[in-house]
Design a protein around this ligand. Structure first.
Ligand code: AP5
Ligand code: MG
Length: 213
C-alpha cells in the first residue's frame, strides 16, 4: 500500500499515519519530522530548513525532492507520505521518481478540518522532550500534570505552533498545497475524509476508503 496524506496543518496526518503504519507495517515518511530531526541535529539540511519551518513557509522543492529520493533508495515496501507532496512541482517530481521505479501512489487521503478547529488543536498540542510522545491538552492530556506519562520528560510546544505562524501555515496551505487536490482528483486517486470526527472514526473512514477496513 502506497499512500499520500494530504491536509492542512493540524488536520491529523501524523496521528492517523502512525496508526496505519503500526497496523499494516508500512514506512512512515513525514517530511516535517525529517526536517525537525535535521534542525535538532544541526545538519546542513537543518540549517537551511530552520528559517522556513519556524515561519511556516515551505522549504524549497529541490531540497524536499532530494530528501525523498534518498528515503526511497532505503525503502521500497509500502509507505505513507505525510505532508508531502505540498506543491505542484513536488507532485510532478514524485510522479517522475516513482515512475522511474515502476511504482505508483494508490490513494491520496485528504483530511479536511475547518480552520477554527485546527487553531484549537494546534494550540493544545504538546510533545515530550525526552521520547517525542504527542499529547493534546484537550483531547489527549497527560495524566501526570505537565510531565510525560511514558518517560517523565518535560512537555513543549512545537516552534511553529504559535498563533501567528499557524495562521501563516494555513494561508501557505491554501495558496501552495490546495491546488494539488485537483492534480490527484483527475488521476482518480483523491479520497476525501472528514478529519473533524474523533480519532477512531477518522481511522475507520480512512481504512474503508483505501480498501483495508
Ligand atoms: P509538518 O510537520 O508536515 O506540519 P503540518 O502540515 O503543519 O501539520 P502538523 O504536523 O502540524 O499536523 P498534522 O496534520 O500532522 O496533525 P496531528 O496528527 O499532529 O510540516 C512542518 C513544516 O515543515 C512546514 O510548515 C514546512 O515549513 C516544512 N515542510 C514539511 N513538509 C514539507 C514539504 N513537503 N515541502 C516544503 N516544506 C515542508 O494533529 C494535530 C493535533 O490535533 C494533535 O495534538 C492531535 O492530538 C490532535 N488531533 C488529531 N486528530 C484529532 C482528532 N480526530 N480529534 C481530536 N484531536 C485530534
Ligand atoms: Mg504532522
Amino acid at each position: 500500500m502506497r499512500l499520500v496524506f494530504l491536509g492542512g496543518p493540524g488536520s491529523g496526518k501524523g496521528t492517523q499515519a502512525k496508526k496505519l503504519v503500526e497496523k499494516f507495517g508500512l514506512a512512515h515518511i513525514s517530511t516535517g519530522d525529517l526536517l525537525r530531526k535535521a534542525i535538532k541535529e544541526e545538519t546542513k539540511l537543518g540549517l537551511t530548513a530552520k528559517k522556513y519551518v519556524d515561519s511556516g513557509e515551505l522549504v524549497p522543492d529541490d531540497v524536499i525532492l532530494g530528501m525523498i529520493k534518498e528515503e526511497l533508495t532505503r525503502e521500497r515496501r509500502g509507505f505513507i507520505f505525510d505532508g508531502f507532496p505540498r506543491t505542484l512541482a513536488q507532485a510532478n517530481g514524485l510522479e517522475k521518481i516513482l515512475g522511474e521505479m515502476s511504482l505508483d501512489i494508490d490513494y491520496v487521503v485528504n483530511l479536511q478540518v475547518a480552520d477554527d478547529l485546527i487553531i484549537e488543536r494546534l494550540g493544545a498540542r504538546r510533545l515530550c522532550k525526552g521520547c517525542g510522545f504527542e499529547y493534546n491538552l484537550k483531547t489527549r492530556p497527560p495524566q501526570a500534570g505537565g510531565k510525560c506519562d511514558q518517560c517523565g520528560g518535560e512537555l513543549f510546544r512545537r516552534s511553529d505552533d504559535n498563533d501567528e505562524v499557524i495562521k501563516n501555515r494555513l494561508s501557505v496551505y491554501r495558496e501552495k498545497t490546495k491546488p494539488i487536490e485537483e492534480f490527484y482528483r483527475v488521476r482518480g486517486k483523491l479520497v476525501e475524509i472528514d478529519g473533524s470526527l474523533d480519532f477512531d472514526e477518522v481511522f475507520e473512514a480512512i481504512t474503508k476508503s483505501v480498501g483495508v477496513g
